[in-house]
Design a protein around this ligand. Sequence first.
Ligand SMILES: Nc1nc2c(ncn2[C@@H]2O[C@H](COP(=O)(O)OP(=O)(O)O)[C@@H](O)[C@H]2O)c(=O)[nH]1
Ligand SMILES: [Mg+2]
Length: 333
Amino acid sequence: MIRKCHGCGAVMQSEKVGELGYTSLEKIKDSLYCERCFKIIHYNEKAVTKLDNINDKIKEEVNKKAKYVYFLVDLLNVNEETMNTFKSINVDKTLIISKVDIVPKSIKDYVIKEWLKSEYGIYCDVIFQSTKKNFNTKALLRNLEEKGVNECYILGFTNAGKSTLINKISSFSEDEKTEIATSLIPNTTVDFIEINNCEGIKIVDSPGFTLEKTIYADDEFALMKRVNPRNIIKPVTYQVKEISSILIEDKIRLQSNVKNSLTFYMSNDVLIERVFPNNVKLKDKECFILDIPNNSDLVIRSLGFINIKKACKLEINSDLKELFEVRKSMFRD
Ligand SMILES: Nc1nc2c(ncn2[C@@H]2O[C@H](COP(=O)(O)OP(=O)(O)O)[C@@H](O)[C@H]2O)c(=O)[nH]1
Ligand SMILES: [Mg+2]
């Protein structure tokens, strides 16, 4: 019989040490978890897993099998790439803005909803949710009941909080519980996992969609941690003059050609400093200029966004050109 690891969904095997699902021969009969997940859950071990073509595989399975989809995204990760993926799911669906405990109080739900329509063309239902604060944890169960549907897939990019939410929902159950492995390292969940103990509703967890590029490299665990906000985000504003620029994590350097005001919406652990032109950091990196209209966001995928008050030509030094998007701010002038 094929057995799947309850932590990540991989098929358990004892032939290939170090590969997905590996469990030693003596444990394979009784263990619920593969060796990797056992270590993630009990020793907080960091494991990076590469999954080939995962985005296409998820879409294929979901478009074929799912009756209903909840797609999780936290506010910092709303961008063209994630929203285009959401829109490409051809099944009835609801968008869940997850981890709302990190959203600054100044950003109201109705503002986000209106902006999702105007900026991204998203007109479906939107639910705001936080597992950490146990806020709207069971909203999706109630939502499915209303629709008369008894199963759903939980989708979203890696780290959106899918597995944590499902663990929380199933923790309320009287039935036997198992825990799905969760961590802030991408691809902790490697295959679909069915959970059947949620008030008669079948919930399927999924491996996350993967961003084409991220600000962190595969082995930059400390940076992955800093990028993931621990608490509510406190927006930080920098007034910049033409002669000063802003350096982010020694990876991105931004310089406005006019006096400007830049407000950062990202984890407050991210390292940001003000530098002057004679500072040579990143000067050797690729340099490009973005045209920024009045009151726009500069999105940096996998990190968050920066609200830029005045129209400017923004000079950027960075090897991570693919991470940037410019969009209209959700805040009125
Ligand atoms: N602030 C906050 N963090 C969360 C919340 N839910 C999950 N996380 C964290 O986000 C990270 C990714 O969670 P995980 O459930 O593994 O995401 P998945 O890849 O979508 O399954 C973990 O470090 C979680 O502790 C939440 O409601 N609020
Ligand atoms: Mg997961």
